[in-house]
Design a binder for this molecule. Structure first.
Ligand SMILES: Nc1ncnc2c1ncn2[C@@H]1O[C@H](COP(=O)(O)OP(=O)(O)O)[C@@H](O)[C@H]1O
Ligand SMILES: [Mg+2]
Length: 233
């Protein structure tokens, strides 16, 4: 079992942020995770989750231009009995993607009676830092979901600097894969509440090690304890 799965399996609730450059293994890692819940929802922003998960027998995939209205989502989720749902929203307009995320999050917060996990790939598309369309209900879902059955959430991003800081800061644990861009390292440093000197320069500084990670390797930190893992598929 990988270290992130071990963390999830031993915490009743967990909010996870998986951050790192494109192609370092974030989506693959997220797709391997299982959760002790009744239903798992994947918001597949770039159509990557389904590459890894599409053939699973307990999976229902929605794709194309999915009707984003609340009135459409409710009957959809009532109709299908799958345990896992992929919403491949990669072909939708940004405004519609965000509307779908908003209405799905609202449904899960208000009407859903089952324990759930929600995974959002490339969450910067739905929770951007710099204005534009933003899913407030998705942020609420992460913020208050644990009181309403949303017991796990996983966000991934290849450009953490472009993700809303407040949304990312809700995470309980950060899973950091290889990152080289200075602004993304700065975002990670800020999220972990570390000073520039201790993050970049001191002997045990994290930044040089984060830059040197290989495919699938990651640093896991809850802000107190930090450990290094992975690489094996
Ligand atoms: N731990 C791993 N070991 C070997 N190959 C991996 C590993 N994780 C991911 N890959 C492969 O690397 C490619 C990129 O992985 P992906 O998860 O899509 O990256 P990201 O989401 O960070 O852009 C995929 O083809 C995947 O199969
Ligand atoms: Mg990815």
């Amino acid at each position: 079992m990988n270290a992130l799965q071990t963390y999830i399996s031993s915490h009743e609730y967990a909010k996870v942020a998986i951050l790192g450059m494109g192609g370092t293994g974030k989506t693959y890692l997220a797709s391997t995770l299982d959760f002790p819940v009744q239903r798992i929802f994947y918001l597949d922003v770039v159509g990557a989750f389904r590459k890894f998960l599409g053939a699973a027998p307990d999976m229902q995939i929605f794709e194309g231009r999915i009707a984003p209205e609340a009135s459409a989502i409710k009957p959809l989720l009532a109709h299908y009995t799958a345990r896992r749902f992929i919403f491949d929203i990669s072909l939708m307009r940004r405004s519609e993607m965000v509307k779908l995320a908003d209405n799905l999050a609202e449904y899960l917060l208000i009407e859903n009676k089952q324990n759930c996990a929600m995974l959002v790939d490339e969450c910067g598309e739905l929770l951007p830092q710099d204005g534009g369309y933003y899913s407030e209900m998705l942020e609420s879902c992460i913020r208050i979901g644990r009181n309403r059955g949303m017991t796990f959430s996983v966000l991934t991003s290849q450009r953490p600097q472009k993700v809303n800081k407040n949304a990312l800061a809700l995470s309980d644990i950060y899973c950091i894969l290889r990152t080289k861009h200075y602004l993304d390292l700065e975002q990670i440093r800020n999220l972990l509440g570390l000073g520039t000197k201790e993050f970049y320069e001191e002997e045990a500084a994290l930044a040089p090690r984060i830059k040197a990670l290989q495919m699938g390797q990651y640093m896991l930190t809850d802000g107190l304890a930090t450990s290094w893992h992975g690489g094996e598929k």
